[in-house]
Ligand binder design. Structure first.
Ligand SMILES: [Mg+2]
Length: 231
């Protein structure tokens, strides 16, 4: 049996799989460091931001609003002036309004995938922001269903499969995050294709080298997926 032979539905991740994302957060964190530079040095800001975000993720979830709230919380803990807090809020609004930048070749790859599979976007983050990025990417009509989840853990994938009426072997997930798009998908018995991101978010980094798995493949770009699935 060839790889993913029985797959009828493909899940596709959004951030850093279809459109760029992490580089904006990296730039925003650098900007935050500059805004707080009178109070504390940049590397300290980075460490404190990680602590604050780690504490807040289970409560606020993922995305720009969560980042902004954590940044404001950090600024206030450092007794930053109101003007600085206002600039952090403006930074968050800029992130939410910034134009979507599709990953080169992603649209063509998704169109090819659509020829033989139903497609579901499986993403996490701010609801409105994710919806806008999908709409502005021009890819919305290629997806049969959009699933914006709080956390991409095995339970979320199992629930999605149940909702779609699929057995695990009929579903394949493609995405950039080992922790969110690959490991939990293999755990529920489905297929996964990893398209790694050059500089992943610290919270998505898996330190162990992933073990080979019969239901998993790794490709350098989304475009390579099409060749992988052709009979
Ligand atoms: Mg992603």
């Amino acid at each position: 049996v060839s790889f993913a032979a029985g797959v009828t539905v493909m899940g596709v991740d959004g951030d850093d799989t279809l459109w760029h994302c992490q580089d904006e957060f990296d730039a925003a964190e650098e900007h935050l460091g500059e805004l707080l530079s009178d109070l504390v040095d940049a590397s300290t800001v980075q460490g404190l931001m990680r602590e604050t975000e780690t504490r807040n993720l289970p409560v606020y979830g993922y995305g720009v609003r969560s980042f902004t709230l954590s940044a404001v919380e950090l600024a206030l803990s450092l007794d930053a002036p109101t003007a600085t807090v206002q600039r952090i809020l403006a930074l968050g609004r800029e992130l939410l309004a910034s134009p979507v930048r599709p990953v080169p070749g992603a649209a063509e790859a998704v169109a090819s995938m659509r020829e033989h599979h139903r497609l579901v976007l499986v993403t996490k983050g701010d609801l409105l922001h994710q919806q806008r990025k999908l709409r502005d990417s021009g890819l919305r009509e290629l997806f049969s269903h959009v699933e914006i989840v709080g956390e991409k853990h095995p339970e979320a994938y199992a629930e999605l499969l149940g909702f779609l009426g699929l057995r695990p072997e009929e579903f394949l997930m493609v995405g950039d995050s080992e922790r969110s798009d690959i490991l939990p998908v293999l755990e529920v018995g489905a297929w996964a294709v990893h398209v790694p991101h050059a500089r992943p978010w610290w919270n998505e980094v898996v330190t162990d080298r992933p073990a080979p798995h019969p239901r998993r493949r790794d490709v350098a770009a989304l475009g390579e997926l099409v060749g992988l699935l052709s009979p």
